[in-house]
Design a protein. Structure first.
Ligand SMILES: Nc1nc2c(ncn2[C@@H]2O[C@H](COP(=O)(O)OP(=O)(O)OP(=O)(O)O)[C@@H](O)[C@H]2O)c(=O)[nH]1
Ligand SMILES: [Mg+2]
Length: 237
């Protein structure tokens, strides 16, 4: 797989590659994303995506609890309306800033560029960006993140990765969330994993339940490993 292309112009089977006959419409977004990457070179940046309600904010709250005393996390969270998610995170003691997109169905890099000037990132080790709940539009927008993590909850059905391939093609990790509901649903962990790996053979997969604290140790370990790798890479530069 060609992983050198910007995520905005990676295509999946069934798409038409118009690269040689049209402009890259997201070039300005990619340019700003690169600026963010340079500005946040000492912070691990993780773009958290999913359908509405798959458990992103609940996972952020749990992650804050589990990282307490180990790493400092901050969150930029976007929703079309309301500051409910930032309020929930602040109530959990997390440094969070709400981006209200005013109806826009995804985050663009210029929103993050402005938001990082408004949030205090002093001492932050990991910056999470909770994207707008949507498996389609956010997939095209590079936000200057190091990693993209997509949640797929057991209530959504196990057939989604190939229906919404770009999200999974551009993610490094798929979190199968709400695992506690598995006994009540016709959802196969094997089927969803196979579907995702058909689109992206390299995608990591973890199974979690934020409600029942299942699989969260592996998630925290994944974050810590990626942070260590980024720090080591910076030291060798
Ligand atoms: N059973 C179960 N429910 C969960 C779990 N995680 C989250 N939920 C519930 O799922 C609902 C949506 O959770 P949120 O964390 O708000 O989901 P979200 O992805 O942030 O939602 P949006 O920001 O609106 O896209 C809430 O009622 C949560 O309590 C889980 O592990 N198990
Ligand atoms: Mg949320």
């Amino acid at each position: 797989m060609n992983t050198t292309k910007p995520k905005s112009s990676r295509i999946t089977a069934g798409s038409v590659d118009t690269e040689h006959v049209s402009l890259n419409l997201l070039r300005a977004n990619d340019f700003v994303a690169q600026k963010i990457r340079e500005q946040l070179k000492d912070i691990l940046v993780i773009n958290v995506c999913s359908s509405p309600g798959s458990g992103k904010t609940t996972l952020m709250q749990k992650t804050g609890e589990l990282l307490k005393g180990k790493l400092k996390m901050s969150v930029l969270v976007a929703d079309p309306e309301t500051d409910r998610d930032a309020v929930r995170m602040k109530e959990s003691g997390i440094n969070a800033l709400q981006i209200v997109t005013g109806g826009i169905c995804h985050i663009e890099s210029q929103m993050i560029l402005q938001a990082i000037d408004l949030i205090d990132l002093e001492g932050t080790d990991v910056l999470f960006i909770e994207n707008v709940g949507n498996l389609m539009c956010p997939s095209s927008f590079d936000l200057g993140e190091d990693y993209r993590v997509t949640l797929i909850s057991t209530t959504e059905g196990d057939d989604k990765p190939r229906k919404y391939p770009k999200m999974f093609l551009t993610s490094e990790l798929m979190l199968i969330s709400k695992l506690d509901l598995l006994p009540y649903l016709p959802f196969s962990v094997e089927a969803v994993t196979e579907d995702a790996r058909t689109v992206n053979p390299d995608i990591d997969v973890l199974e979690i339940s934020s409600l029942k604290d299942t699989g969260l140790d592996a998630w925290i370990q994944w974050i810590q490993t990626k942070l260590e790798e980024k720090k080591n890479k910076n030291n060798y530069k």
